[in-house]
Design a protein around this ligand. Structure first.
Ligand code: SF4
Length: 314
Protein backbone atom coordinates (compact mmCIF):
# COMPACT_ATOMS: atom_id res chain seq x y z
CA UNK A 1 0.00 0.00 0.00
CA UNK A 2 1.30 3.45 -0.93
CA UNK A 3 2.10 5.59 2.10
CA UNK A 4 2.93 9.24 1.54
CA UNK A 5 6.23 10.30 3.15
CA UNK A 6 7.83 13.73 3.07
CA UNK A 7 11.24 12.05 2.82
CA UNK A 8 12.24 8.66 1.50
CA UNK A 9 13.11 5.81 3.85
CA UNK A 10 16.83 5.36 4.31
CA UNK A 11 18.21 2.16 2.85
CA UNK A 12 21.56 1.02 1.52
CA UNK A 13 22.53 -0.69 -1.74
CA UNK A 14 25.76 -1.14 -3.65
CA UNK A 15 24.52 1.13 -6.46
CA UNK A 16 23.63 3.84 -3.95
CA UNK A 17 27.15 3.52 -2.53
CA UNK A 18 28.70 3.86 -6.01
CA UNK A 19 26.63 6.97 -6.76
CA UNK A 20 27.64 8.46 -3.40
CA UNK A 21 31.32 7.91 -4.19
CA UNK A 22 30.97 9.31 -7.72
CA UNK A 23 29.28 12.60 -6.86
CA UNK A 24 27.23 13.54 -3.80
CA UNK A 25 25.23 16.09 -5.83
CA UNK A 26 24.13 13.29 -8.14
CA UNK A 27 23.35 11.21 -5.03
CA UNK A 28 21.13 14.05 -3.76
CA UNK A 29 19.19 14.31 -7.05
CA UNK A 30 18.80 10.56 -7.34
CA UNK A 31 17.89 9.58 -3.78
CA UNK A 32 16.33 12.72 -2.26
CA UNK A 33 15.23 15.35 -4.75
CA UNK A 34 13.42 12.84 -6.95
CA UNK A 35 11.32 11.67 -3.99
CA UNK A 36 7.61 12.50 -4.49
CA UNK A 37 8.49 13.83 -7.96
CA UNK A 38 5.74 11.54 -9.27
CA UNK A 39 3.06 13.63 -7.55
CA UNK A 40 1.06 16.06 -9.66
CA UNK A 41 1.43 18.81 -7.05
CA UNK A 42 5.19 18.26 -6.48
CA UNK A 43 7.52 21.26 -6.97
CA UNK A 44 9.11 21.48 -10.44
CA UNK A 45 12.64 20.60 -9.25
CA UNK A 46 11.40 17.35 -7.69
CA UNK A 47 9.42 16.48 -10.82
CA UNK A 48 12.47 17.18 -12.97
CA UNK A 49 14.75 15.04 -10.77
CA UNK A 50 12.26 12.17 -10.92
CA UNK A 51 12.03 12.47 -14.70
CA UNK A 52 15.80 12.62 -15.19
CA UNK A 53 16.37 9.71 -12.81
CA UNK A 54 14.35 7.51 -15.18
CA UNK A 55 16.46 8.25 -18.28
CA UNK A 56 18.52 5.30 -19.53
CA UNK A 57 21.29 5.07 -22.06
CA UNK A 58 21.31 2.24 -24.59
CA UNK A 59 23.80 -0.02 -22.73
CA UNK A 60 21.82 0.27 -19.47
CA UNK A 61 18.45 -0.24 -21.18
CA UNK A 62 19.76 -3.17 -23.20
CA UNK A 63 21.23 -4.74 -20.04
CA UNK A 64 17.89 -4.34 -18.23
CA UNK A 65 15.94 -5.86 -21.11
CA UNK A 66 18.30 -8.82 -21.40
CA UNK A 67 18.04 -9.44 -17.65
CA UNK A 68 14.23 -9.31 -17.85
CA UNK A 69 14.07 -11.68 -20.82
CA UNK A 70 16.40 -14.18 -19.08
CA UNK A 71 14.34 -13.99 -15.92
CA UNK A 72 11.19 -14.60 -17.94
CA UNK A 73 12.79 -17.61 -19.61
CA UNK A 74 13.88 -19.10 -16.28
CA UNK A 75 10.43 -18.60 -14.78
CA UNK A 76 8.88 -20.24 -17.85
CA UNK A 77 11.17 -23.22 -17.36
CA UNK A 78 10.38 -23.50 -13.66
CA UNK A 79 6.64 -23.34 -14.41
CA UNK A 80 6.80 -25.90 -17.23
CA UNK A 81 5.83 -23.34 -19.88
CA UNK A 82 7.12 -23.39 -23.46
CA UNK A 83 10.49 -21.66 -23.78
CA UNK A 84 11.66 -18.82 -26.02
CA UNK A 85 13.99 -19.72 -28.85
CA UNK A 86 17.05 -17.47 -29.34
CA UNK A 87 15.31 -15.68 -32.20
CA UNK A 88 12.15 -15.12 -30.16
CA UNK A 89 14.14 -13.64 -27.29
CA UNK A 90 16.02 -11.33 -29.65
CA UNK A 91 12.75 -10.22 -31.28
CA UNK A 92 11.18 -9.52 -27.89
CA UNK A 93 14.08 -7.34 -26.77
CA UNK A 94 14.36 -5.57 -30.13
CA UNK A 95 10.68 -4.63 -29.91
CA UNK A 96 11.26 -2.97 -26.52
CA UNK A 97 14.32 -1.13 -27.84
CA UNK A 98 12.32 0.16 -30.79
CA UNK A 99 9.57 1.33 -28.44
CA UNK A 100 12.14 3.21 -26.33
CA UNK A 101 13.43 4.90 -29.49
CA UNK A 102 9.91 5.84 -30.55
CA UNK A 103 9.01 7.14 -27.06
CA UNK A 104 12.19 9.25 -26.99
CA UNK A 105 11.70 10.77 -30.43
CA UNK A 106 7.93 10.95 -30.95
CA UNK A 107 6.35 10.87 -27.48
CA UNK A 108 8.52 13.29 -25.59
CA UNK A 109 5.56 15.08 -24.00
CA UNK A 110 4.03 11.80 -22.82
CA UNK A 111 7.37 10.85 -21.26
CA UNK A 112 7.60 14.32 -19.69
CA UNK A 113 4.28 13.75 -17.91
CA UNK A 114 4.67 10.04 -17.19
CA UNK A 115 8.37 9.17 -17.08
CA UNK A 116 7.79 5.69 -15.68
CA UNK A 117 5.42 4.65 -18.46
CA UNK A 118 7.43 6.01 -21.38
CA UNK A 119 11.16 5.76 -22.05
CA UNK A 120 13.71 8.46 -22.71
CA UNK A 121 17.14 7.56 -24.06
CA UNK A 122 20.10 9.53 -22.75
CA UNK A 123 21.60 9.61 -26.24
CA UNK A 124 18.50 11.39 -27.54
CA UNK A 125 17.74 13.64 -24.59
CA UNK A 126 21.28 14.98 -24.27
CA UNK A 127 22.86 14.04 -27.58
CA UNK A 128 22.28 14.12 -31.27
CA UNK A 129 20.38 10.87 -31.44
CA UNK A 130 21.56 7.39 -32.24
CA UNK A 131 24.22 6.95 -34.89
CA UNK A 132 24.18 3.99 -37.27
CA UNK A 133 27.29 2.69 -35.50
CA UNK A 134 25.60 2.84 -32.07
CA UNK A 135 22.59 0.91 -33.43
CA UNK A 136 24.83 -1.71 -35.05
CA UNK A 137 26.86 -2.08 -31.82
CA UNK A 138 23.69 -2.54 -29.74
CA UNK A 139 22.38 -5.14 -32.19
CA UNK A 140 25.67 -7.05 -32.10
CA UNK A 141 25.73 -6.96 -28.30
CA UNK A 142 22.14 -8.20 -28.11
CA UNK A 143 22.80 -11.13 -30.48
CA UNK A 144 25.97 -12.13 -28.60
CA UNK A 145 24.45 -11.89 -25.14
CA UNK A 146 21.37 -13.94 -26.06
CA UNK A 147 23.42 -16.57 -27.89
CA UNK A 148 25.82 -16.86 -24.95
CA UNK A 149 22.96 -17.08 -22.47
CA UNK A 150 21.61 -20.17 -24.24
CA UNK A 151 25.02 -21.89 -24.05
CA UNK A 152 25.94 -20.56 -20.59
CA UNK A 153 26.94 -22.96 -17.82
CA UNK A 154 24.03 -21.80 -15.66
CA UNK A 155 21.33 -22.27 -18.32
CA UNK A 156 22.71 -25.64 -19.36
CA UNK A 157 22.87 -26.68 -15.69
CA UNK A 158 19.27 -25.65 -15.18
CA UNK A 159 18.08 -27.57 -18.24
CA UNK A 160 19.90 -30.76 -17.32
CA UNK A 161 19.97 -30.90 -13.51
CA UNK A 162 17.39 -33.27 -12.15
CA UNK A 163 17.66 -32.05 -8.59
CA UNK A 164 17.76 -28.33 -8.19
CA UNK A 165 16.22 -26.05 -5.63
CA UNK A 166 15.62 -22.46 -6.74
CA UNK A 167 15.66 -19.80 -4.05
CA UNK A 168 15.39 -16.55 -5.98
CA UNK A 169 14.96 -15.38 -9.52
CA UNK A 170 15.56 -11.66 -10.27
CA UNK A 171 14.14 -10.67 -6.92
CA UNK A 172 14.56 -7.49 -5.03
CA UNK A 173 15.53 -8.55 -1.53
CA UNK A 174 16.10 -6.65 1.67
CA UNK A 175 17.89 -7.58 4.83
CA UNK A 176 18.75 -5.60 7.88
CA UNK A 177 22.25 -4.68 8.95
CA UNK A 178 22.58 -2.68 12.18
CA UNK A 179 19.02 -1.37 11.84
CA UNK A 180 19.39 -0.29 8.18
CA UNK A 181 17.55 -1.97 5.30
CA UNK A 182 20.01 -3.24 2.71
CA UNK A 183 18.77 -3.95 -0.84
CA UNK A 184 20.21 -6.59 -3.11
CA UNK A 185 18.93 -7.75 -6.48
CA UNK A 186 19.75 -11.39 -6.96
CA UNK A 187 19.57 -12.57 -10.55
CA UNK A 188 19.29 -16.27 -9.79
CA UNK A 189 20.06 -18.43 -6.76
CA UNK A 190 19.78 -22.20 -6.81
CA UNK A 191 21.00 -25.19 -4.87
CA UNK A 192 22.91 -27.82 -6.73
CA UNK A 193 21.70 -30.76 -4.65
CA UNK A 194 24.37 -33.14 -5.98
CA UNK A 195 27.14 -30.83 -4.74
CA UNK A 196 25.24 -29.54 -1.71
CA UNK A 197 26.20 -25.99 -2.75
CA UNK A 198 24.23 -22.82 -3.31
CA UNK A 199 25.05 -21.06 -6.58
CA UNK A 200 24.48 -17.30 -6.85
CA UNK A 201 24.39 -16.22 -10.47
CA UNK A 202 24.95 -12.68 -11.70
CA UNK A 203 24.37 -12.10 -15.43
CA UNK A 204 26.75 -9.47 -16.79
CA UNK A 205 26.12 -7.73 -20.09
CA UNK A 206 29.10 -5.39 -19.75
CA UNK A 207 32.83 -6.04 -19.63
CA UNK A 208 34.54 -7.79 -16.71
CA UNK A 209 35.52 -5.43 -13.91
CA UNK A 210 37.36 -5.64 -10.61
CA UNK A 211 34.18 -4.57 -8.87
CA UNK A 212 32.29 -7.73 -9.85
CA UNK A 213 33.74 -9.84 -7.04
CA UNK A 214 33.03 -7.15 -4.44
CA UNK A 215 29.41 -6.92 -5.55
CA UNK A 216 29.00 -10.66 -5.14
CA UNK A 217 30.20 -10.40 -1.54
CA UNK A 218 26.99 -8.51 -0.67
CA UNK A 219 24.92 -11.35 -2.12
CA UNK A 220 26.84 -13.87 0.00
CA UNK A 221 26.32 -11.65 3.03
CA UNK A 222 22.58 -11.63 2.32
CA UNK A 223 22.38 -15.42 1.99
CA UNK A 224 24.36 -16.03 5.16
CA UNK A 225 22.39 -13.45 7.20
CA UNK A 226 18.91 -14.04 5.84
CA UNK A 227 18.97 -17.77 5.12
CA UNK A 228 21.69 -18.93 7.53
CA UNK A 229 23.64 -20.52 4.70
CA UNK A 230 27.30 -21.13 5.66
CA UNK A 231 29.73 -19.07 3.55
CA UNK A 232 31.65 -22.22 2.56
CA UNK A 233 28.48 -23.60 0.93
CA UNK A 234 28.08 -20.60 -1.39
CA UNK A 235 29.51 -20.43 -4.90
CA UNK A 236 29.31 -17.04 -6.59
CA UNK A 237 29.21 -17.06 -10.36
CA UNK A 238 29.50 -14.20 -12.84
CA UNK A 239 28.16 -15.13 -16.26
CA UNK A 240 29.75 -12.77 -18.79
CA UNK A 241 27.27 -12.79 -21.65
CA UNK A 242 29.41 -10.73 -24.02
CA UNK A 243 32.34 -13.13 -23.99
CA UNK A 244 30.44 -16.30 -23.09
CA UNK A 245 32.83 -16.97 -20.19
CA UNK A 246 31.97 -17.43 -16.57
CA UNK A 247 33.94 -16.94 -13.40
CA UNK A 248 33.30 -18.65 -10.07
CA UNK A 249 34.42 -17.54 -6.63
CA UNK A 250 34.27 -18.82 -3.11
CA UNK A 251 34.70 -16.01 -0.67
CA UNK A 252 36.41 -16.19 2.68
CA UNK A 253 34.95 -15.02 6.00
CA UNK A 254 37.47 -12.17 5.81
CA UNK A 255 36.06 -10.96 2.48
CA UNK A 256 32.51 -11.08 3.84
CA UNK A 257 33.57 -9.15 6.93
CA UNK A 258 35.29 -6.58 4.67
CA UNK A 259 32.04 -6.18 2.70
CA UNK A 260 30.17 -5.62 5.94
CA UNK A 261 32.79 -3.08 7.12
CA UNK A 262 32.56 -1.22 3.79
CA UNK A 263 28.79 -1.08 4.14
CA UNK A 264 29.02 0.25 7.72
CA UNK A 265 31.52 2.96 6.67
CA UNK A 266 29.40 3.91 3.69
CA UNK A 267 26.25 4.22 5.84
CA UNK A 268 28.18 6.30 8.38
CA UNK A 269 29.24 8.84 5.72
CA UNK A 270 25.78 8.93 4.11
CA UNK A 271 24.17 9.73 7.46
CA UNK A 272 26.44 12.77 7.80
CA UNK A 273 24.46 14.36 4.96
CA UNK A 274 21.24 14.31 6.98
CA UNK A 275 19.67 17.21 8.79
CA UNK A 276 17.34 14.85 10.63
CA UNK A 277 18.40 11.17 10.64
CA UNK A 278 15.09 9.99 12.12
CA UNK A 279 13.10 11.45 9.20
CA UNK A 280 15.93 10.89 6.67
CA UNK A 281 15.68 14.59 5.89
CA UNK A 282 18.72 15.69 3.87
CA UNK A 283 20.88 18.75 4.40
CA UNK A 284 20.43 21.65 2.02
CA UNK A 285 21.35 20.92 -1.64
CA UNK A 286 24.40 23.24 -1.40
CA UNK A 287 25.96 20.85 1.13
CA UNK A 288 25.99 18.13 -1.56
CA UNK A 289 28.98 19.26 -3.58
CA UNK A 290 29.23 18.78 -7.31
CA UNK A 291 32.13 16.63 -8.40
CA UNK A 292 32.77 17.52 -12.04
CA UNK A 293 34.58 14.75 -13.92
CA UNK A 294 34.42 13.04 -17.28
CA UNK A 295 31.55 10.98 -15.81
CA UNK A 296 29.34 14.09 -16.05
CA UNK A 297 28.96 13.29 -19.76
CA UNK A 298 26.84 10.28 -18.90
CA UNK A 299 25.10 11.72 -15.86
CA UNK A 300 21.30 11.90 -16.03
CA UNK A 301 21.25 15.13 -14.03
CA UNK A 302 23.72 17.21 -16.00
CA UNK A 303 21.08 19.70 -17.12
CA UNK A 304 20.61 20.62 -13.45
CA UNK A 305 24.35 21.27 -13.06
CA UNK A 306 24.48 23.21 -16.33
CA UNK A 307 21.69 25.48 -15.11
CA UNK A 308 23.69 26.11 -11.89
CA UNK A 309 26.79 26.99 -13.96
CA UNK A 310 24.71 29.24 -16.22
CA UNK A 311 23.24 31.14 -13.28
CA UNK A 312 26.73 31.54 -11.70
CA UNK A 313 28.19 32.82 -14.97
CA UNK A 314 25.67 35.16 -15.65
S1 SF4 B 1 26.69 16.38 -13.96
FE1 SF4 B 1 28.57 15.84 -12.83
S2 SF4 B 1 28.64 17.28 -11.13
FE2 SF4 B 1 26.55 17.28 -11.89
S3 SF4 B 1 25.44 15.80 -10.66
FE3 SF4 B 1 26.15 14.77 -12.48
S4 SF4 B 1 28.12 13.86 -11.90
FE4 SF4 B 1 27.64 15.42 -10.37
Amino acid sequence: MYVHRDFPEFSWSNSRHKTFLECVRKYYHQYYESHNGWLYEAPDENKAAYRLKNIKNIPILLGDLIHKAIDWQLKKFLNDKSLFTEDEMITLITRSLNKAYLDSTKHRQLWFNKPKQYQMLHEIYYGNGLSKDAIAAAKMKLDLCVKNFFTSKTYQDILTKLEMHVLHSEDFQTFEVNGVDVFVVLDFVYKDVSQEKWIVVDWKTGKESEDDRKQLAFYALFLSKQHNIPIEDIILRNEYLLSGKHQEYKLTEFEIESAQALMNDSIYYMLKYLEDPVKNMPLNIEQFEMNPSRKCQNCNFKEKCLSVHDSLNG
